[in-house]
Design a protein. Structure first.
Lengths: 551, 181
C-alpha cells in the first residue's frame, strides 16, 4: 500500500502544527466559532450532540496492521475504546475531548495517517472497490489512481471553499463495487479495443435530500488527462454551483440545472485551457504510483490444498455458510478475500472495539500480508488469505465475534450513527438496525431471502445510503416525534436505482413488522431464485404497498 | 418607502471600507492606503479606492481608482484586456466561505497573464492566506479583527504542496521523478 515519503510526511506534520495553532487561537478567543468551523471540519472534527466527533481518513479504505494498532491505541487513550467505520471507508471516534484533537492528529501522523478533508466543503476522501487489486473481474487496479487523486485533492488551494462537499469514487472492475453512480464524480477505468486505458467520467450523482443517479460527462478520457479534467470539473462547480442554499449546493443540482450537455460544454471549455498543462500525468508518474501497490509475495498454494478445502467445506456446514457469504474469489487460484463482519446485535453496525482492532491487525499480519481494507458496507476485508489457512482464520474470527456468516444478507445492515450520536439526525438508527437484526436472525431465513441490502439513515443527509438500499429506512421528524419512512427498490451497483417510498411513515416499534410484510410479499411473489430487487422491478411497488398498508 | 433606519443601514453598508493590515508579498505592509467602496453608483470621496467594476469602467481617467471584482465575476479576455490600464485590482470575498475568488485569481494569472497586484478584500481571514497566495493573490487586506502576527505564521505553515499553482509550476509527482533520476 501507499507509503509516505519525506514530502507526504512533512505535509501531515505541518498540518498537525497548523491545526494546533488554530486550536490554540480558538481556545484563546482569537478565532471565533464561525471562523474555526470550516478549519476544524477540514480536519475531521465535528461538534456533536454529546461530544466532539473526529473522522479519520482511511484513503480508499486501505489500512496497514500497524495503523490499525495505532487506531486501537488512540481509542483507548483518547476515547472509549472503540471506533466506528463509516460508509466512506473512514473511522470515526465518538468521544474525543476537543483539546486532545491536535495530539490525536499528531499520533496519527506518526503512522502516516491524518483527518484532512474528511469533512467540510472540499474534496473528501476518495473511495474505491474493497477488492481492488485482487478481483477477478478487474480491468485496472484503481488504487494508484485513487492515490494520484488523493494527492491532487489534498490542500488544493483553489478548492478548499467549494459550495458544498465533493465526493469522488473510482471503480476499475467489470462490476461496480464503489457506487460510482451516486457520487459527485464517479470514475470507471476501462480498456478500449486497442488495450489503452480510458476513464469514464460521471458527474452529478448523489444521495442526500435530492438523490440522483449521475450523468456521463465523458466516456473515454485518456488517463494522462485525469487530473486536468477533474480540475476542470471542480472549477466549473466552484464557479457556478449554488451558494445561496446549502440544500441546492451539490454539483448534482448544477448538472441538472444546466443539463448535462451544457455542463459538459463548460467543462470542456475549461479543460481546453488546462489540457496538456503541468498536471498532465505521464507513464513514469503512474508507474511510480503503481510501485506502491505491488503484488504481495504469495506463496504457491497446491492444487491439492484447494481440493482439500472444497472437501472440508462440503463436510462442515458452519464453515460452508461462512465461505458462501463472507469469502470472495480471488484472481489468484488458491487465495480468497475474507470479509470480517462488523454487524452484531450487541454493537452498532460498523463499530469495532480496540481489542478487536488489535486482534484484526494481528490476523492481518499472520494471514494476509499485514493489510486490512474497510468496505463502504462497514465491514473489514483481509484480501489475501491462502485457502489452506481459511479454516484456521475462520475459527479465530469466530472467537472474536467477527465471523457472522451474513455478509450481503438482510442482516448486513448499513447504518449511520443516527440520533444516538449525530447532531443532524432526526431519529435514532442504531436501535432500528438492532431490532431488525434481532427479528431476522434465523440464518436459513436470511439465506433463503438471498442478497438484500437494507440501509438506514437517521436523516435525509443519507449517510446510511438509504436511497440505494433494496430496502431503505429513513428517520424523519414529525413535530418532535421520530418516524420512519420506508422505501424499496434502491440499488448502488451497475444498474443503480433510487428506492421508491412505500407511503406514510411508521412508528419506530412497527418498523420490523413492516419490513417483515415487505419480505412476505417478496417470498410469495418471487420466481425461484429471483432476487428481491428483480421481483420488485417486475411487480412494482403496488403489491408491497397493499400488503403493508392493509387494514 | 424605506424607513429611516433602513436608509441609514444602507448608507452604512455602502460606506467605503478601510482596513489597517495589508499583507503584501508575504509581509506586513507598512500601510494600506486603499479603501474599498461597494457603492455601484456613487464614487467615494476617499482616494485611492477600489470601486465596483462598472463604476471603474465609467471612470477610467481617474487613476486613483481601481476595479473591485465581485465573486461572481465571469472573466473574459476582453475584460482582462481592460485591466492593462491598472496596476492593481481587488477580488472581493463577501464571505470567507465563498471560494470563487480563488478561481478568479488563478484565471487572472494563469489564463490571462495579468501581472499587476491582485488583492483579496472583504472577509479575508488569516487561515486563507496560504491558499490565496498559491492562487495568485499578491496582497491580502485582513479583516479588521485578524492579527497580523497570526497571518505571517499562517502564510508559512506549509513547505510542501502536491499540486501546481500560480507559484509552483511542477506537480510533486513530476518533482519526485526529477529528484529520483
Amino acid at each position: 500500500m501507499y507509503r509516505y515519503d519525506i514530502h507526504d510526511q512533512t505535509l501531515v506534520d505541518e498540518r498537525v502544527a497548523q491545526f494546533r495553532d488554530q486550536m490554540e487561537r480558538y481556545q484563546a478567543g482569537r478565532l471565533g466559532e464561525e471562523e474555526f468551523r470550516p478549519l476544524r471540519l477540514q480536519n475531521g472534527l465535528y461538534i456533536q450532540k454529546h461530544a466532539p466527533m473526529l473522522r479519520i481518513a482511511i484513503p480508499y479504505g486501505m489500512l496497514a496492521g500497524n495503523q490499525l494498532r495505532a487506531l486501537a491505541d488512540i481509542t483507548r487513550r483518547y476515547d472509549r475504546g472503540y471506533g466506528h467505520f463509516t460508509t466512506r471507508q473512514n473511522l470515526q471516534l465518538n468521544w474525543p475531548a476537543l483539546e486532545d484533537v491536535p495530539d490525536i492528529l499528531g499520533e496519527l501522523a506518526k503512522v502516516q495517517m491524518h483527518a484532512i478533508q474528511t469533512s467540510g466543503n472540499c474534496i473528501r476522501n476518495t473511495t474505491s472497490d474493497q477488492f481492488a487489486g485482487i478481483a477477478g473481474d478487474e480491468v485496472e487496479d484503481p488504487r494508484p489512481w485513487c492515490e494520484l487523486i488523493r494527492q491532487w485533492s489534498t490542500l488544493h488551494p483553489e478548492f478548499a471553499y467549494l459550495p458544498r462537499k465533493f465526493k469522488i469514487a473510482v471503480s476499475g472492475a467489470a462490476q461496480d463495487r464503489a457506487a460510482i453512480q451516486v457520487h459527485d464524480i464517479g470514475l470507471r477505468l476501462w480498456h478500449n479495443a486497442d488495450g489503452e486505458l480510458r476513464i469514464k467520467v460521471l458527474a452529478g450523482g448523489g444521495l442526500g435530500r435530492t438523490p440522483m443517479i449521475a450523468d456521463v460527462v465523458r466516456e473515454d478520457l485518456p488517463w494522462q488527462h485525469l487530473l486536468t479534467y477533474l480540475e476542470a470539473c471542480v472549477r466549473v462547480y466552484n464557479q457556478f454551483g449554488r451558494r445561496d442554499n446549502k440544500f441546492k449546493a451539490r454539483i448534482k443540482i448544477l448538472v441538472k440545472a444546466l443539463g448535462i450537455e451544457e455542463f459538459r460544454r463548460r467543462v470542456d471549455e475549461e479543460w481546453a485551457h488546462l489540457k496538456d498543462g503541468p498536471q498532465t500525468l505521464n507513464q513514469a508518474a503512474v508507474d511510480a504510483a503503481k510501485r506502491h501497490f505491488p503484488e504481495p509475495e504469495r506463496r504457491p498454494v497446491a492444487e491439492s490444498a484447494v481440493a482439500d478445502f472444497e472437501k472440508l467445506r462440503s463436510e462442515n456446514r458452519s464453515l460452508a455458510r461462512f465461505v458462501t457469504n463472507n469469502v470472495t474469489d480471488h484472481k489468484v487460484p488458491g487465495y480468497k478475500a475474507v470479509t470480517l463482519s462488523l454487524k452484531r446485535r450487541e454493537h452498532a453496525p460498523g463499530d469495532v472495539t480496540a481489542d478487536q482492532m488489535d486482534a484484526v491487525a494481528d490476523l492481518a499480519d499472520r494471514y494476509s500480508f499485514g493489510e486490512v481494507r474497510v468496505t463502504h458496507e462497514q465491514n473489514l476485508v483481509l484480501s489475501d488469505v491462502p485457502v489452506d489457512e481459511l479454516e484456521a482464520l475462520w475459527k479465530e474470527l469466530d472467537t472474536l465475534g467477527m465471523a457472522n456468516p451474513t455478509v450481503g444478507t438482510l442482516n448486513d445492515i448499513i447504518c449511520c450513527p443516527g440520533g444516538d450520536y449525530c447532531g443532524l439526525a432526526n431519529a435514532v438508527s442504531i436501535p432500528i438496525a438492532q431490532a431488525l437484526q434481532e427479528r431476522f436472525e434465523d440464518l436459513d431465513f436470511l439465506y433463503d431471502l438471498g442478497p438484500l441490502d437494507l440501509n438506514i439513515s437517521g436523516c435525509m443527509n443519507a449517510c446510511g445510503h438509504h436511497h440505494v438500499g433494496h430496502i431503505g429506512i429513513l428517520g424523519v421528524d414529525k413535530k418532535g416525534e421520530e418516524y420512519y419512512q420506508i422505501s424499496i427498490g434502491g440499488n448502488s451497483t451497475d444498474d443503480a436505482s433510487l428506492g421508491k417510498i412505500l407511503g406514510p411513515s411508521f412508528f419506530r416499534e412497527d418498523v420490523p413488522s413492516v419490513v417483515e410484510k415487505v419480505l412476505d410479499v417478496y417470498v410469495a411473489e418471487r420466481y425461484e431464485d429471483e432476487r428481491f430487487l428483480d421481483t420488485y422491478r417486475r411487480i412494482g411497488l403496488k403489491p408491497f404497498k397493499e400488503r403493508v398498508y392493509a387494514q | 418607502m424605506p424607513s429611516n433606519s433602513d436608509t441609514q443601514n444602507d448608507a452604512t453598508a455602502l460606506a467605503p471600507v478601510h482596513v489597517d493590515h495589508l499583507i503584501a508579498d508575504g509581509e506586513l505592509a507598512p500601510e494600506n492606503a486603499w479603501c474599498v467602496s461597494y457603492d455601484e453608483e456613487i464614487l467615494p470621496e476617499q482616494r485611492p479606492a477600489f470601486v465596483p467594476l462598472v463604476l471603474w469602467q465609467a471612470n477610467q481617467d481617474d487613476i486613483e481608482l481601481a476595479p473591485l471584482l465581485a465573486s461572481n465575476t465571469e472573466l473574459t479576455a476582453e475584460l482582462v484586456q481592460q485591466f492593462s490600464a491598472t496596476d492593481t485590482l481587488a477580488v472581493d470575498f463577501p464571505a470567507f466561505t465563498d471560494g470563487r475568488g480563488y478561481t478568479i485569481a488563478r484565471l487572472l494569472r494563469e489564463r490571462y497573464g495579468y501581472t499587476g497586484e491582485v488583492r483579496a478584500v472583504g472577509d479575508v481571514l488569516v487561515d486563507q492566506l496560504d491558499y490565496m497566495r498559491r492562487c495568485g493573490f499578491t496582497a491580502m487586506a485582513l479583516r479588521d479583527d485578524q492579527h497580523p502576527d497570526d497571518a505571517i505564521r499562517a502564510l508559512n505553515a506549509f513547505s510542501v504542496r502536491y499540486q501546481t499553482d500560480v507559484e509552483e509550476r511542477q506537480a510533486l509527482f513530476e518533482r519526485r521523478l526529477t529528484a529520483g533520476q
